[in-house]
Design a protein around this ligand. Structure first.
Ligand SMILES: Cc1ncc(COP(=O)(O)O)c(C=O)c1O
Length: 385
């Protein structure tokens, strides 16, 4: 009988949302305001040639290289940051190696790393979800071959300091360090200027968030040119589709769209944080386009009540250290107006009373490995986006 590799048979099933997401989708950190109208115009005029020929990635790479101020041989367009993560795992991890991640975080780090047969070492953040620099440094071993960190992190919105990330890169010269800047547009700090100077550093950016192009599946991986040569070897030359490539230049040029959207998100983020603060609801200050808050035993009824009101929010209860937590994406100004109005009404409808968050022992736990062949730590069959 045909059998998949043991590590694959033991991986939790990956169930991305394939439907039933009607309403205001504040659950997946997408740009819920749409995308640049200029992209829609290009899309409407796509020629048959764009469809019948294999896509030419280099044209898009030149445009993105110019946009980011990075040399083209240091950059690879990918099928979303998802693929960038996958390629790094394929390039640097062998069975028995260690991949180091800080949890809670984006679930695909763990899934793609485990699928290679590597062991995943989880460094749990403390109760404040602050980036645990010292614990990450302590968890590095000679077997660490890949370290994957998101800043701002998902689902917490917390950021890692530049100096700390550079210290980690320096402490693990034998490991690739991925700094996932998927939410960079809402934060503004980057390590992109260190590419080349730090030979084991990689940065990932996406067009799925601020640009509103999650459906196109375009991300970019940036790294030292010698390393990028290796990464390109494991990928498909046609990984980014021609329609997305045809629209990318226009998306990059419409700075007004991005500036306006990012401004609205930042304002909305402050309003949501103030809303929580005024009601004594524990929340974690965020630098991304979402805010994580603690609703304790009211979490489930609140998520359901919001769904009844046509707003999807994200239950993060099963993420490590996130019991009782809900993450809400921030969108445009009118969407935030609606969100805050509906949240107030939902609180009244479920009789919500803010609860202090119990201090968990997570901050004192040692780094915990998820060995290949064991189950992924995420909630059953759930993908953490
Ligand atoms: C931290 C982080 N990295 C990467 C991604 C995936 O990005 P993409 O849509 O480019 O695959 C997400 C999506 O939610 C994310 O939260």
């Amino acid at each position: 009988m045909l059998r998949a590799r043991a590590v694959v048979e033991n991986l939790k099933e990956y169930h991305p949302p394939l439907g039933r997401r009607e309403g205001l989708r504040l659950d997946f950190n997408e740009n819920v305001g749409g995308c640049s109208p200029r992209v829609l115009r290009v899309l409407a005029s796509i020629s048959t040639e764009v469809l019948n020929k294999y896509p030419e990635r280099e044209v898009g790479e030149l445009a993105v290289a110019e946009y980011l101020g990075v040399a083209i041989d240091r950059l690879l367009l990918t099928n979303g940051v998802d693929e960038a993560i996958h390629l790094l795992c394929e390039t640097y991890l062998e069975p028995g190696d260690e991949a180091l991640i800080v949890v809670p975080t984006f679930s695909l780090y763990e899934i793609y790393a485990l699928a290679t047969g590597a062991k995943v070492v989880n460094v749990q953040t403390g109760d404040d979800f602050a980036f645990p620099t010292r614990r990450v440094l302590r968890a590095i071993t000679p077997a660490t071959k890949l370290i994957m960190l998101a800043t701002p992190n998902n689902p917490t919105g917390a950021v890692a300091a530049r100096a700390d990330l550079l210290a980690i890169a320096a402490a693990a010269p034998h490991a690739a360090l991925l700094v996932d800047e998927a939410y960079w547009d809402f934060h503004g700090e980057t390590l992109i200027d260190q590419i080349g100077a730090v030979p084991n550093l990689f940065i990932a950016r996406t067009f799925s968030k601020a640009f509103g192009l999650a459906g196109f599946r375009v991300g970019v991986l940036i790294g030292d040119e010698a390393q990028m040569k290796m990464v390109r070897r494991v990928g498909s030359p046609y990984n980014v589709n021609g329609v997305a490539l045809a629209c990318l230049t226009e998306a990059l040029q419409d700075r007004e769209f991005i500036t306006s959207y990012v401004t609205q998100v930042r304002e909305g983020r402050t309003r949501l944080e103030q809303f929580y603060g005024q009601r004594s609801i524990p929340f974690w200050p965020s630098r991304a386009n979402f805010v994580l808050a603690y609703f304790g035993s009211y979490r489930k009824p609140l998520v359901e009540e919001m769904r009844r009101r046509g707003i999807l929010v994200r239950d993060r209860n099963s993420d490590p250290g996130c019991a009782g937590c809900v993450r809400i994406t921030v969108g445009t100004r009118p969407q935030t107006d609606r969100l805050l109005r509906e949240l107030s009404e939902a609180f009244a409808a479920v009789g919500f009373q803010p609860q202090p968050r119990p201090v968990e022992s997570s901050s004192t736990q040692p780094a915990t490995p998820t060995a290949p062949g064991s189950q992924v730590a995420a909630g059953a069959g759930e993908v953490r986006r």
